[in-house]
Ligand binder design. Structure first.
Ligand code: BGC
Length: 762
């Protein structure tokens, strides 16, 4: 009786669904054969029992090397829609065979895995990839990762992670694309395109997941999993845009965040997943919970038990439960009791089935690794090298100490715990990353210049956290006897990533002391920093001549760093996130609001300058810290080059435009240096008066361009008035008439400005 009843509801619900998806103009909806997929979904759903539907909503951890009997039985019984963490292709093929041949309806499995920044060949951490400001290399990196992962039968990754991250204490900032909604959106789309390709049925493409919806990056004090409070207006203007962009790019799935958002944990948050994601954005893919995050709703204190957690998660719109089993345990009862309508289940299962059809799994669920390119092939390694090369950010280069000249040096000391650490350079989230493939900086420097430069190496510290300074004398001695010192500092991969937040983001252990000792040797000191987050470098910045910030650069980090240090290539990365002077400034980001008392250089009185005789009169009464001022150590989008870029003649194509118009902002860029190099040209705007206050600057465009010495180019950015829209007080997108400033330059602090105005259409 239940199945007859549900059949009628299925048809009604699915017809509605079909209409919604066909009517929507969003590119989130698969093109062309959409009707066919929808019809197949409808037909399949009509044949499913409630238990089989709930089975589709269940994702099971299958990480055991051998296939446990109970997993095989559950798949056979149609109780599993997806597995995760199985990477043996024979096992995956066998589990698919059981699903399609031995289960009643033969529905293939989604096979998930965290392929975050590479599979065997590891790209820089996503934050490093964001420093490339290069959607093409980011797309290529994801494509390489997808092809390698697909050899094991994986057809779905839990990436990209696109939580806006403005707190470097948060360990997961490493996985993010940084602090800026525009940059993160552009790169999120590139990653989705890289994983998913043009057609998900193509070999070597895998479904992507935009995660974690939403606000996870704003965990209080950067402590992972901690509470998040973000007002709706900020959610819409800052945290949502990358997700909206990923949805518009056709991302197959979204993952709900672990965190509590304004009192309602994301996994039980109807506003996020029903009101915004489905009703406003017309998302037709599916939402997966985070690991056991459904049952955690009770631990949060939102519900009293697992059953109520299931009720909240399902009604909020979490289509699939990851690793928790509580849907399987409680959902049927909730439907029987009439608390959850089977039509809701049908729509959710349809979201999952649609993904399986889009992936072509019903046509071929099996994987033949030989049909895919070999792992770590030349193209993969070259992509990783290029990404690492473009991700490194030159933060300081006094007197042009870099690049080093192999011709002029007799010897170089390579010192530090991260110079030759093949695993550590890969960074966080590399379940499958192959450390055997890593080429370390020490090895790469040897191969690049070892034939005519004496390259000496001393680790000096066991690891970045070591407090034992007994090797420091030897290190100082080596520095004294060498022409230059390359000091490889930072933090190991274990110090960032999930559940690896830090409250102190100075260089850990005795590294600052090592810098002090090396400095005393009196030789040029170049610090190369490998890390998963911005670090507060205030205590070393004046003690070194140059700083190259290389993030965790991945498999090919060594050759990329060597090429940059010795001038084969110029550094070209720019910071995707602001570097604070000290931790108390966090959150510090370039697109802050102006405040009613904006600070300026002439209002700042620092702690040491307070007038001892009239302390009450001393401060400038503006928004700054007495001990840190208001500026960061290095601003967003900052990064030096071996070339010298000069920006001139900014202009707007019109003084006034009307809603619906496009304006062109352009400037001239010249390479005044003597080497060819890439520059990342950026466009910022400020909307001077807003229905809600607007940031002092907002990134609205960027281009990575290569210029030969002496070359001048005109760089154009076209801005439509829609590009200037923001969510106003009523949370609707609006572009207001009024004054705008526009800047073009090489960092968020560029001063080259023009103005324009939007006037009313009537
Ligand atoms: C993380 C997710 C990840 C999942 C599966 C969770 O702990 O928050 O980002 O995709 O585990 O590994």
């Amino acid at each position: 009786m239940r199945s007859g009843y549900s059949r009628i509801l299925v048809s009604a619900a699915l017809l509605g669904l079909l209409l919604v998806t066909t009517m929507s103009s969003s590119i989130a909806n698969p093109p062309n054969d959409q009707r066919t997929i929808e019809q197949r979904v409808v037909e399949l759903l009509a044949d499913m029992t409630l238990a089989e539907k709930i089975g589709q909503m269940n994702q099971v951890n299958a990480s055991d090397e051998d296939m446990p009997h109970h997993l095989q039985e559950a798949i056979k019984a149609g109780r599993v829609g997806s597995i995760l963490n199985q990477v043996n292709v024979d096992t995956v093929n066998e589990l698919q065979r059981i699903a399609v041949e031995e289960s009643r309806l033969g529905i293939p499995l989604l096979v998930g895995r965290d392929v975050i920044h590479g599979f065997k060949t590891v790209m820089p951490i996503p934050l490093g990839q964001a420093a490339t400001w290069n959607p093409d290399i980011v797309r290529a990196g994801a494509q390489v990762a997808a092809r390698e992962a697909a050899t094991t039968g994986i057809n779905w990754t839990f990436a990209p992670m696109i939580d806006i991250s403005r707190d470097p204490r948060w360990g997961r900032i490493a996985e993010s694309l940084g602090e800026d909604p525009y940059l993160a959106s552009e790169l999120a789309v590139a990653m989705v395109e890289g994983f998913q390709g043009d057609d998900l049925t193509d070999a070597g493409t895998i479904a992507a997941t935009a995660k974690h919806f939403a606000g996870y990056g704003a965990s209080e004090s950067g402590r992972d999993y901690a509470t998040v409070n973000i007002p709706e207006n900020e959610l819409r203007n800052v945290y949502f845009p990358p997700f909206k962009a990923a949805v518009d790019a056709g991302v197959v799935s979204l993952m709900a965040a672990f965190s509590d958002l304004d009192g309602v944990p994301a996994t039980g948050n109807r506003f996020l997943m029903r009101d915004v994601l489905r009703d406003e954005w017309n998302f037709s893919g599916f939402v997966v919970s985070d690991w056991d995050s459904v049952r955690q709703l009770a631990i949060h204190g939102l519900t009293a038990n697992d059953k109520e957690s299931v009720y909240e998660a399902v009604t909020a719109g979490v289509d699939m439960e990851m690793a928790g089993q509580s849907y399987v345990d409680h959902l049927e009862a909730l439907v029987d009791e009439g608390r959850i309508d089977v039509a809701m289940i049908d729509a959710m299962v349809a979201n999952i089935l649609r993904a399986k059809f889009r992936l072509g799994l019903f046509e071929n669920p099996y994987t033949d690794p030989k049909a895919l390119p070999p792992i770590a092939n030349e193209h993969a390694l070259e992509t990783a090298r290029k990404a690492a090369l473009q991700s490194a950010v030159l933060l300081k280069n006094d007197h042009g100490v870099l690049p080093l000249s192999a011709k002029k040096l007799n010897s170089v000391a390579v010192i530090g715990p991260l110079a030759d650490a093949p695993y550590e350079q890969l960074g966080t989230w590399i379940f499958d990353g192959d450390r055997e493939l890593s080429i370390t900086p020490m090895h790469a420097i040897h191969s690049l210049v070892g034939h005519n430069v004496d390259v000496r190496y001393l680790r000096a510290m066991d690891n970045s956290r070591s407090r034992a300074s007994k090797a420091f004398d030897e290190a100082a001695e080596m520095a004294r006897g060498s022409d230059a010192v390359l000091l490889f500092l930072g933090e190991e991969s274990i110090l960032s990533g999930e559940a690896h937040s830090r409250a102190d983001i100075n260089l850990p252990g005795d590294q600052a002391e090592l810098v002090r000792r090396i400095r005393e040797a009196g030789k040029p000191v170049i610090a190369v920093i490998l890390a998963g987050r911005p670090l507060t470098l205030t205590n070393i910045v004046d003690r070194v001549d140059a700083i190259l910030f290389a993030w965790h650069p991945g498999t090919m980090g060594g050759p990329a760093i060597a090429d940059l240090l010795f001038g084969i290539e110029s550094p070209s990365g720019k910071l995707p996130v602001t570097f604070p002077r000290m931790v108390g400034q966090i959150p510090i980001y370039y697109s802050q609001k102006r405040t009613g008392k904006p600070p300026s250089p002439d209002t700042v009185v620092l702690i040491d300058d307070i007038d001892a005789h009239a302390p009450q009169l001393s401060t400038g009464m503006t928004a700054y810290h007495l001990d840190a001022g208001y500026t960061p150590l290095f601003p967003f989008a900052y990064g030096l080059s071996y070339a010298e870029f000069d920006y001139q003649r900014i202009r707007a194509s019109a003084r006034e435009i009307r809603p619906g118009d496009t304006i062109r902002i352009s400037a001239e860029l010249t390479n005044k240096g003597d080497v060819a190099a890439d520059e990342i040209v950026q466009l910022y705007i400020r909307d001077l008066v807003g229905n809600v206050t607007r940031p002092v600057r907002e990134l609205k465009g960027f281009k990575r361009l290569r210029l030969e010495p002496g070359q001048t180019v005109t760089v154009d950015f076209d801005l439509h008035t829609d590009d200037l829209a923001f969510a106003g007080r009523d949370m609707q997108l609006m572009t207001e008439p009024g004054e705008f400033h526009a800047w073009i330059g090489g960092s968020s602090e560029t001063e080259l400005r023009t103005e324009f105005r939007i006037i009313d259409s009537d």
